[in-house]
Design a binder for this molecule. Structure first.
Ligand code: ATR
Length: 278
């Protein structure tokens, strides 16, 4: 009998996860099926009970359920607790275990380009929402020298930077304008907001006049694959990291948790790229 996996989110119509996971099941000869379930927030608890009753083997969780899902699981691992959000649930012996593969997935995509030790880096994170939280937590774990949070709502940036502060990583908060004026002091800049996402492809989270060519600039957006933010960074000589790596890696890590198999990430990337291009 096929093992059932899926995605709980709202909306989920444009998700590329079913395509990516079903192709990997096929390539690895694993008898599984992944389906995107559109679950209204008021129905989440029932959906999780349904997943138990149907003996789903695992599922992903996306907007807007990443935080509230934690109330309905049997256990949440330490990293997901620290991040305050779950994106992957595994069924083991009838119990539901929550994890978060977003931060690690992102880190692995960054490591393709950032080759110097993390404790030498000064990182600017643009945004202070769920994605910023997942990334901030793993960068703190990697002991980067400093993390600066720049956000439209400064109070949220301040609150988040206080949570991140540690003996190895100094943290601070800036407005977007202030960050623009000191851009040259950051070795890694990460956009975690949706600014620049299709269809508003001419928007940028901040201007890059003061960008140093030594800086690595990264955007979590993968539609379009090259945002205006990344295009301008490249024109200024900076190295860039697009959002597809994180999307593929978080999916690959979830796939491993569910099946114990390591999917070919390059093939996953190509599968999603084809779909985006088409
Ligand atoms: P996610 O889980 O994807 O991170 P989120 O938790 O809703 O989503 O966070 C969205 C982030 O993008 C926030 O930091 C938000 O800024 P505010 O805290 O001021 O709301 C930021 N953001 C969204 N739209 C933006 C815009 N048009 N300009 C600047 N920042 C924006």
């Amino acid at each position: 009998m096929k093992k059932l996996f899926g995605l709980l989110g709202h909306p989920v119509g444009h998700s590329l996860s079913p395509l990516m996971h079903n192709q990997m099941f096929q390539l690895l000869d694993f008898d599984g099926y992944y389906h995107a379930f559109d679950v209204e927030p008021s129905q989440l608890e029932k959906a999780v009970e349904g997943a138990r009753a149907l003996q789903m083997q695992g599922f992903n969780v996306t907007i807007p359920h990443k935080v509230t899902i934690m109330d309905y699981l049997d256990m949440v691992d330490e990293e997901a607790q620290e991040i305050g959000a779950v994106n992957t649930v595994v069924m083991k012996d009838g119990q539901l275990f929550g994890s978060n593969t977003d931060g690690q997935g992102y880190l692995e995509s960054l490591m393709d380009v950032v080759t110097t030790p993390f404790p030498t880096h000064d990182v600017l994170i643009i945004g202070a929402g769920g994605a910023a939280r997942a990334i901030g937590m793993v960068l703190k774990r990697e002991k980067v020298r400093s993390i600066t949070i720049a956000n439209r709502t400064l109070a949220k940036a301040k609150e988040f930077s206080e949570v991140l502060e540690s003996s190895e990583t100094s943290c601070s908060a800036l407005s977007l304008k202030e960050a623009e004026q000191q851009l040259e002091r950051f070795s890694v800049i990460i956009n975690t907001t949706s600014v620049g996402m299709s269809p508003r492809v001419d928007d940028m989270p901040l201007y890059l006049e003061r960008l140093s060519r030594e800086t690595v600039v990264s955007d979590l957006i993968y539609n379009p694959l090259e945002t205006k933010f990344l295009r301008e960074a490249k024109q200024k000589g900076a190295k860039t990291v697009d959002g597809l790596g994180m999307f593929v890696n978080q999916g690959a890590l979830a796939f491993e948790l569910w099946t114990g198999l390591r999917p070919d990430r390059e093939k996953m990337r190509r599968c999603v790229l084809e779909q985006l291009g088409g």
